[in-house]
Design a protein around this ligand. Sequence first.
Ligand code: PLP
Length: 372
Amino acid sequence: MIPFVDLKAQYLGIKSEVDAAIQRTLDNTSFILGPDVSAFEEEFAAYCGNKHGIGVNTGTSALHLAMLAAGIGPGDEVITVPFTFVATVAAVHYCGAKTVFVDIDPRTFTMDPTKLEAAITPRTKAIVPVHLYGQMADMDPIMEVARRHKLVVIEDAAQAHGAEYKGRRAGSIGDLACFSFYPGKNLGAYGEGGMVVTGNPEYTRTVRMLRDWGAEKKYQHVLKGFNFRLEGMQGAILRVKLKYLEKWTEARCAAATRYDQGLASSGVPTPAALAHNRHVYHVYAIRTQQRAAWQDALQAKGVSSGIHYPIPVHLLPAYADLGYTAGQFPHSERAANEVLSLPMFPELTVEQTDTVCGAVRAIAAASLQAAA
Ligand SMILES: *Cc1c(COP(=O)(O)O)cnc(C)c1O
């Protein structure tokens, strides 16, 4: 069986360094924040081409605190896309604000900037583009609209470590950016983790306080804060893994190219990476209108697959109170019905990608024949 991701293979490649980092944390007992977290914050912010990084316990907390630091609260509206992981929208809700959706560009699965203007109201405070699957949203027009309307831009970069847009890295264009280090992400901890990246010292100070009970000095709580701190052990492990991120990203891109080539002329729609983007392939999603059948057939041929994500957020029962109905975001709804993610991880071998392509081509040919 070809797995969907293979965290074990990655660990075995860096085992001695990771084990040493864990041992170092045990020896120095810096279990919460501490020197490795501080060093990782600097190293990761620099990797993103930005100044400040604030480590937090999850990507969701990064979004939540970035929004609070940007002043988002009750009565405000935040514009994002429905074709995302639910956390993007949950964070808006945690701030007491209301989510307003705009549809995606069906080629890239990211925010369609031409839809923004119509969604802006006097209550709009921020825009949250999601760099879905590892490809950055079309940031130039998004920033242009945001600046004209004095809105904050918060990048949801949870799937886009190292992604680039016109030579600029994810995390360096918006006012704030949020990353996740969930184990399956392109840079994954061995537990939970997240980070807010920003060039703004005021946002940095606020997020730093909010993640640690709203205090800069112990017991002097000036903000109503949270316990959202990054663990020392995760910081130590992530520092080791960050050194390999470029190499792993190149390996993902190489696997994606093999998929692109192996599926060319098969009639199966493959991901569109725009020329000015560096897509980092957190997810490699093809499209099919017979998804359930294809997923079963792939499974039968020894190929795991996934769906990111089967229900757009505006149609999730949890967010029914936002008042949206089916048909309002046709590109998101169609994508949610059709996307199918193939195995994607840096250690994918040529043999594995060949097997996957062979399986997909056979299934596609069989369904074409059935339709004829
Ligand atoms: C993973 C993810 C998050 C949340 O990150 P966690 O670390 O799991 O809390 C937010 N947004 C997107 C797009 C994600 O993929």
